[in-house]
Write a protein that binds this ligand. Structure first.
Ligand code: DC
Length: 231
């Protein structure tokens, strides 16, 4: 059976990873969460105190970038791939609001992007991959057979993220989460290097009012059309 590349881009908290994981499972494809890679580099920068509320020492991050190794390893309990920073599983830590607050600044650094894009292209070069992020259809795999661009209202996305964070026991306010979502939208869409934009040939899906299941079936159908050569 023909294997394709599926690129899922879009705004934060649009449910990209949920749908991407479902598709990868159904099609027996590799799933790559590229946001986790930017988050892991951000965690590295935070731990080294290169980034804080007061400042971002880009020069120091660049000098130490060669020390950063980020990779995924399957977690046999969850059956999903966890992200590792060097030898440490940081899957949980990278999801907290503090990392979310700094990640867009780190993701705007061209050298960081260059390093991670190279890794992502290596991971997906055999096709049979579902990759989610912000620049997959535009930069990482511009020739992907299926490109999806997901959107939803900022209120709805903040609500989803708020439930996810509080569900994990994090003490956050809805207002702080909404502020983070809006701030990241702004930074991700206005940065100079690989800003979040819809690729011309990407199919836009607004899921403010659709269920995950409906959206999944729509995208699965689009994928099958390409796999079986109906498109
Ligand atoms: O998908 P996420 O929310 O975990 O991504 C975290 C941040 O990383 C997001 O605000 C923008 C950045 N990112 C990026 O610039 N390019 C990607 N391919 C993936 C994420």
């Amino acid at each position: 059976m023909k294997k394709i590349t599926i690129a899922i881009d879009g705004y934060s908290s649009t449910g990209k990873s949920t749908v991407a994981k479902m598709l990868a499972k159904e099609l027996d494809y590799i799933y790559v969460d590229t946001g986790a890679m930017y988050r892991a580099v951000t965690l590295f920068a935070m731990r080294k105190l290169f980034i804080s509320e007061a400042s971002f020492d880009i020069e120091s991050l660049l000098r130490h970038l060669f020390m950063v190794t980020v990779h995924f390893k399957r977690n046999e309990d969850t059956k999903e791939a966890d992200i590792y920073l060097d030898k440490e599983n940081v899957e949980k830590e990278i999801r907290n609001l503090k990392v979310s607050n700094y990640v867009s600044q780190v993701a705007a650094v061209p050298e960081v992007r260059k390093m991670l894009v190279k890794e992502q292209q290596k991971m997906g070069n055999g096709k049979g991959v579902v990759m989610d992020g912000r620049d997959i259809g535009t930069v990482v795999f511009p020739d992907a057979e299926l490109k999806i661009f997901m959107t939803a209202s900022a209120q709805e996305r903040a609500q989803r993220r708020y439930l996810e964070l509080t569900g994990r026991g994090e003490e956050v306010s809805f207002e702080d989460v909404l502020e983070n979502v809006e701030k990241r939208d702004h930074l991700d869409t206005t940065r100079e290097d690989s800003p979040l934009v819809r690729a011309e040939d990407a199919i836009a899906i607004d899921n403010t009012n659709t269920t995950v299941e409906d959206q999944y079936h729509t995208i699965l159908q689009l994928a099958k059309d390409r796999i079986y050569g109906r498109i």
